[in-house]
Design a protein around this ligand. Structure first.
Ligand SMILES: Nc1ncnc2c1ncn2[C@@H]1O[C@H](COP(=O)(O)OP(=O)(O)OP(=O)(O)O)[C@@H](O)[C@H]1O
Length: 591
C-alpha cells in the first residue's frame, strides 16, 4: 500500500490540466450506472405487469422507457469511454515526455550503467503500467464504487433483509484479492525486468551482428536470448496463473452467492412475500453488484502490479543530472576562446579512484593543444569536463576566464563544439545531418560547410544529393565520408572552441588522409583541443599535453618533448616504429 501511495504522490500531479476531464468521465460513469439500475427496475416492472399478466397493452409503456434509458446509457457510455481513452493517452504522452526529458540530461555514466533495452522498456511498458494505475485505475475504482453503491441501494430498496444476507459474502472478494496481491506484484516485477532484458539482448545482438557472424556466435546469442526469454516466460506464466486462480476462485464465490439468493427467493415466493419480478430484479442486482465488487479487488491487483513499473521509472527520475544550469548565470558574451584549467581533479560517481588529478593548462584563442597519453589515462574525461558533462571535484575550468559553472549550459555548448570519436549520425537527410550543427542554417551555408569539409562533391553524387536519407549504421556512405559530414556539421556550428576526440580513429589510411584537410580547415582560427593517440599532427600543435594515470606528466611543443626523452618521446617513437614515418598524413593512424 505504501508503494501505491508513493507512486500516486509522484505521478498524480501529471493529471493536472486533465482533472476536469476525469470529473466528466466519472459523471458519465455515474449516469451509466444509474441507467443500468433504472433498466433493471423497469425489467422487474415489466415482468410483474406485462409478462405475468400476459398483457401487451401493459408492455409498451415500460418497454419505451427501458429503450430510452438504454439509449441514454449507450450514448453516455460511448462518450465517457472515448474520453477516458483520450485522457489516459494524454497522460502517457506527458509522462513519457517527462521521463525522456529527464533522461536526456543524465550524465554519460548513467547510460554506461543501464542497458539500453532496459531503458527502452521503462519508457514504453512501464509508462503504460503507470497509466493503468493513475488514470484508468482511478476511473475504474470510482466507476466500480459508484456501481456497487447504486446496485446495493437498489437491492436494499427491493428487499433489505435479503440484500443484507447476500452482502455478508461480498468481503470474500476483497479478502481473496488481498491474499493474491503480494504474489502478483513480485511476478509482475520479474516480468518487467525480464521484458527489459529481452529488449536489451535483441538490441545488443542486432547491433553486434557483424561480430556474431564473423565469430560464429549465433548459438551463444541464441542462448543468451533463450535464457532471458525463459525468465520472462516463467514470470509471465506465474503472473497469468495467479490471476487465473483469482478469477476462478471469484467465479465460485459468485455462484455460491447467486444460488443463495435464488434459494432465499424461492422460499420467499413460496411464502407469498415476494413476486417473481422482484426476485428476478433482485437476482439481477446481485448479479450486477458482484462484478464491480470483484473489479475493485482486481483493481487492487492491477495497482500492485503497476507499482513495479512505478518503481522502475522512479529509479530513472531519481537519478540526478551531474550538472545543472547556474542559479545566477553570467550574461552571454562574444566568446574569444580562452580555455583554462586550474588544478582540476575528478573521479566518476561510484568509482573508487580518481580519473584526473590536479590538471592545469591553458589554451589561447586559435591555439591547437594536443592531448595524448596511454589508453585509460584520462584524456576523454578531460573532454567531458570541458563540455561540462561533469564538474571537477576540485579545481576550476574557465572559458575566457569565466568559470564554466557560471556559464549557462546551452551557451557553453554553443561555444564549445565536440567532434566525438564515433561519428554520430541522425536518421534524416544529409542536409539535416549537417544543418543540425546550427539550426536554421540556409542551404547555401550547409553547402559551404560541406565544401570546406570536402564533402560537397560526394554528396552531390548521391542519388538524392543533400536530400539523401541516411541513418546510424548506414551503408550508403563510407566511414570517412560520414566523418566528413560530421566535420561539416562542426564547421557550420562555428564555435570558437573545438574539442576533437580521436578524429581519425576507425578510418583506414586513405580515409584518414582525406579528413586531414577538412580537419585543418575546421581547426583554423579556433581554439582546438585534440585528444589523440595519433601524433602526426603533433608538429603543428602549439602545445602537447601528455596525460598518464590521470596526471599531466609532460607539457611542451613536439620538439621540446622529444628532446626531453620522457613519456612523449616514447609514445612518438613507438608510433614511428610500429607504423610508418609519421610525417605523411597516413601516419595519422599510428599507435
Ligand atoms: N563512467 C565511468 N565510471 C567509472 N570510471 C570510468 C568511467 N569512464 C571512464 N572511467 C575510468 O576513467 C579512466 C580514464 O578514462 P578515459 O576514458 O578518460 O581514458 P582515455 O585516456 O580517454 O582512454 P582511451 O585513450 O582508451 O580512450 C579510466 O581508468 C576509465 O576506466
Amino acid at each position: 500500500m505504501r508503494e501505491v501511495r508513493e507512486a500516486f504522490r509522484r505521478f498524480w500531479p501529471l493529471t493536472r490540466g486533465d482533472r476536469k476531464w476525469l470529473l466528466a468521465i466519472i459523471a458519465c460513469v455515474v449516469v451509466s450506472a444509474l441507467a443500468e439500475t433504472a433498466s433493471i427496475l423497469l425489467f422487474a416492472h415489466l415482468t410483474d405487469t406485462a409478462l405475468k399478466a400476459g398483457s401487451l397493452a401493459a408492455f409498451w409503456g415500460p418497454a419505451g422507457a427501458w429503450l430510452a434509458v438504454a439509449a441514454l446509457g449507450a450514448l453516455v457510455g460511448y462518450f465517457g469511454n472515448s474520453l477516458a481513452t483520450w485522457t489516459a493517452e494524454r497522460f502517457v504522452l506527458r509522462l513519457r515526455a517527462k521521463v525522456f526529458r529527464h533522461v536526456q540530461d543524465l550524465p554519460p555514466h548513467f547510460f554506461q550503467r543501464h542497458r539500453q533495452g532496459d531503458l527502452v522498456e521503462r519508457l514504453t511498458g512501464d509508462v503504460e503500467a503507470i497509466e493503468q494505475m493513475v488514470v484508468s485505475g482511478v476511473v475504474g475504482t470510482v466507476s466500480a464504487a459508484f456501481s456497487a453503491v447504486f446496485y446495493s441501494c437498489a437491492a436494499l430498496w427491493l428487499r433489505w433483509d435479503l440484500a443484507l444476507a447476500t452482502f455478508v459474502l461480498a468481503p470474500l472478494f476483497l479478502l481473496a484479492a488481498r491474499r493474491f496481491a503480494g504474489r502478483v506484484r513480485s511476478a509482475s516485477q520479474d516480468e518487467r525486468v525480464a521484458d527489459g532484458a529481452i529488449t536489451s539482448v535483441v538490441e545488443e545482438s542486432l547491433g553486434n551482428v557483424v561480430l556474431t557472424q564473423a565469430y560464429n556466435r549465433h548459438r551463444d546469442e541464441e542462448q543468451r536470448l533463450d535464457r532471458e526469454a525463459r525468465a520472462w516466460m516463467k514470470a509471465s506464466v506465474r503472473g497469468a496463473r495467479l490471476s487465473e486462480m483469482y478469477e476462478q476462485f471469484v467465479e465460485v464465490v459468485e455462484t455460491i452467492c447467486v444460488l443463495a439468493v435464488i434459494g432465499l427467493g424461492v422460499w420467499e415466493i413460496s411464502a407469498g412475500r415476494m413476486t417473481l419480478g422482484q426476485l428476478l430484479a433482485f437476482a439481477a442486482f446481485i448479479g450486477y453488484l458482484y462484478p464491480p465488487v470483484r473489479n475493485l479487488g482486481q483493481l487492487g491487483l492491477t495497482l500492485t502490479a503497476a507499482t513495479a513499473g512505478a518503481q522502475r521509472l522512479g529509479e530513472i527520475l531519481d537519478a540526478e543530472p551531474a550538472v545543472t544550469d547556474p542559479a545566477e548565470p553570467v550574461r552571454e558574451w562574444p566568446v574569444r576562446g580562452w580555455v583554462s584549467v586550474h588544478g582540476a581533479s575528478f573521479g566518476y560517481p561510484g568509482a573508487d579512484r580518481a580519473s584526473l588529478h590536479d590538471v592545469t593548462f591553458t589554451a589561447a584563442p586559435g591555439e591547437l593543444v594536443l592531448v595524448t597519453g596511454p589508453s585509460g589515462a584520462g584524456k576523454s574525461t578531460l573532454a567531458k569536463l570541458l563540455l561540462r558533462f561533469y564538474d571537477p571535484s576540485s579545481g576550476v575550468l574557465c572559458l575566457d576566464g569565466v568559470p564554466l559553472t557560471d556559464v549557462p549550459l546551452a551557451f557553453l555548448r554553443e561555444n564549445i563544439a565536440l567532434l566525438p570519436q564515433e561519428t554520430l549520425i541522425l536518421h534524416g537527410t544529409v542536409r539535416e545531418n549537417i544543418a543540425c550543427g546550427r539550426p536554421g542554417a540556409t542551404q547555401e551555408e550547409v553547402e559551404r560547410a560541406a565544401a570546406a569539409a570536402a564533402a560537397h562533391t560526394f554528396v552531390t553524387e548521391l542519388p538524392d544529393g543533400y536530400d539523401t536519407v541516411i541513418a546510424p549504421g548506414t551503408a550508403a556512405l563510407s566511414g570517412g565520408q560520414l566523418k566528413r559530414i560530421a566535420i561539416a556539421r562542426a564547421i557550420l556550428r562555428a564555435a570558437p572552441v573545438l574539442i576533437l576526440d580521436e578524429p581519425t580513429a576507425g578510418l583506414d589510411a586513405v580515409a584518414a588522409r582525406r579528413v586531414v584537410q577538412p580537419l585543418r580547415h575546421l581547426m583554423s582560427g579556433r581554439t582546438t583541443i585534440m585528444i589523440t593517440h595519433d601524433l602526426s599532427l603533433a608538429p603543428d600543435a602549439d602545445r602537447i599535453l601528455v596525460v598518464d594515470g590521470g596526471r599531466l606528466v609532460e607539457a611542451g611543443t613536439h620538439d621540446e618533448l622529444v628532446g626531453r626523452g620522457g613519456t612523449y618521446a616514447r609514445l612518438a617513437g613507438a608510433g614511428q616504429q610500429e607504423v610508418r614515418p609519421a610525417a605523411t598524413p597516413a601516419g595519422l593512424l599510428s599507435v
